[in-house]
Design a protein around this ligand. Structure first.
Ligand code: UN1
Length: 508
């Protein structure tokens, strides 16, 4: 793939990996960033150390003390211009996601669009940070709530959404009055550098410290961030294991955390479902992003009478899926992020066999041209599985789909919820009763529950996240902005008397 666009995004052969308002002369260690497409070198990033971290943290905190007093609609104006900057560079940014993250062109562009969409959402929000007015029980008193800026936000992101998750957090946090210090995945720091450059250019020297970033050389930088009392909120996306480390440490210092961790998302397909629709949705959910979304479809819970029909359709669709170079417009499945991810896939396939799963299609490394040998390409895989297999309860970040036959809707619902994770879920049915039951209090226990669409590809307008081992955080649309603000309750007495609440008389 032609790499001229890198210059356009300010990516050089050697890049600083820390920004505190200015790019720092980092020297903690050089990280060669290789493309998952073929293993070739894209550029080097010099990582930051703990001293660099504290520079970023201090700069962000100083910027916070000024930014919190800028009226929200004025803050929104900066975010509007950031959205415009992302629009102007949409194609280049999409290409960078493809080159550094391995996503196919359509998905790279879709991710940039998600950044643009959340910027637009945040601009509107900047005039709608509403609080309530509340009736007071006392005469000549009134009560109101005001939402104030919270403080610095530490944003930890994963390789699979190297731009959008930062944008979800940062666009909202900026209008709410908070700086965001970004610690991107060590696998995709160039995406972070490119976005930081665009955002900093819009903010100018006066405000660029609102969007600091740091690529950590080792775990010490992340450790410093999680323990830093200036980071009032830590918003972290990654594995459940990572969340188990971060959550308690942030709680220990009474910080807030927004955790977006593993998913193990199921699609229930009832016998009366539109199977053509279901097949397309399952294909995108299970195979899209090479199965590396936290919302990827990992389990199918299929009513027995249609099991063979649906699985047959899927095997046919999988057979037509082109695996290969993600920059080729015809490819639907690009590489896994790196060779370690390839090994994880191989190990999962071996475990599936040991646990009695039957590989119905895929299960091997994909054949790719010699030029792509440096990448980890795998065949999208369907497994005939049963719910008792331990691996079915785990999240494997690869395009492996467990197709599980179920007796009826009751069993499907039970199995949908019978995993430690709780991110996304869907049901395909034309029965309104079953559809509504799936969305009811006794239905799916996931943060996202859909009808007749797949588990992935959520719009930014809704709250995104899930419960149980998914971590409980919600980010992006709806009223998720509230986590970036502190709520203040005020009671104002405009009369001449001092009545006490609850009718208490105290010395009068
Ligand atoms: C993630 O995989 O961490 O709903 C985020 C989706 C995307 C976001 C996924 N909008 O699939």
């Amino acid at each position: 793939m032609n790499r001229d666009f890198l210059k356009d995004l300010g990516i050089e052969a050697n890049n600083s990996g820390a920004f505190d308002g200015k790019w720092l002369p980092t020297k903690a260690g050089q990280h060669p960033i290789r493309s998952p497409i073929d293993g070739s070198l894209i550029a080097n990033v010099m990582a930051g150390d703990v001293d660099d971290y504290w520079r970023c943290s201090k700069a962000a905190q100083a910027a916070f003390l000024r930014w919190r007093e800028v009226p929200p609609p004025k803050r929104g104006d900066y975010v509007r211009r950031m959205g415009d900057a992302f629009r102007a560079k949409k194609e280049q940014l999409g290409k960078l996601i493809t080159l550094e993250g391995g996503k196919i062109v359509q998905e790279g562009l879709g991710e940039v669009q998600e950044c643009i969409d959340i910027a637009d959402f945040a601009v509107g929000l900047s005039r709608q940070l509403y609080g309530l007015t509340i009736a007071s029980e006392r005469p000549q008193h009134h009560m109101r709530e005001t939402w104030h800026p919270l403080g610095c936000v530490g944003v930890i992101t994963a390789f699979n959404f190297p731009m959008a998750v930062w944008a979800w957090n940062t666009m909202l946090a900026l209008v709410c009055g908070d700086p965001c210090l970004w610690k991107p995945s060590h696998r995709t720091p160039l995406c972070a550098i490119a976005l930081t450059k665009l955002a900093a250019e819009v903010l100018g020297p006066e405000w660029s410290a609102l969007v600091p970033m740091i690529l950590g050389h080792d775990s010490k930088v992340g450790h410093a961030m999680v323990g830093d009392p200036n980071m009032v909120l830590i918003s972290a996306t990654g594995s459940t294991r990572m969340g188990k480390n971060i959550g308690p440490r942030v709680a220990e210092r009474f910080g807030r955390s927004l955790l977006e961790l593993g998913g193990n998302n199921a699609i229930v397909v009832l016998a009366d479902a539109d199977l053509a629709l279901a097949t397309r949705a399952i294909l995108f959910g299970a195979v899209g992003t090479a199965g590396q979304r936290c919302t990827s479809t990992r389990r199918l819970l299929i009513e027995k009478p249609i099991y063979d029909d649906l699985v047959g359709r899927l095997i046919k669709a999988y057979g037509q899926c082109k695996v290969g170079d993600p920059s080729d417009g015809k490819t639907l499945v690009g590489p896994l992020i790196d060779q370690d991810a390839g090994k994880t896939f191989d190990e999962a396939i071996a475990t599936i066999r040991q646990q009695g799963g039957e590989i119905l299609c895929g299960g091997k490394r994909a054949k790719v041209p010699a030029a792509l040998q440096g990448g980890a390409y795998v065949e999208p895989t369907i497994v005939r599985a049963h719910a008792g297999m331990a691996i079915v309860k785990e999240e494997t970040f690869a395009p492996i789909l467990y197709a599980i036959p179920v007796k009826d809707a009751d069993e499907a619902l039970h199995l949908n919820n019978d995993v430690p994770q709780g991110l996304s879920s869907s049901i395909f049915t034309s029965n309104v009763r079953e559809a509504e039951r799936f969305l009811s209090a006794a239905g799916s226990d996931c943060g996202i529950a859909n009808v007749n669409i797949g588990t992935s590809g959520a719009e930014i307008g809704g709250a995104f996240g899930g419960d149980k081992e998914t971590g409980g955080g919600r980010e992006s649309g709806s009223d998720c902005w509230k986590i970036y603000m502190r709520r203040q309750t005020s009671t104002v007495n405009w009369g001449k008397a001092l009545p006490l609440a609850q009718g208490i008389h105290f010395g009068d």
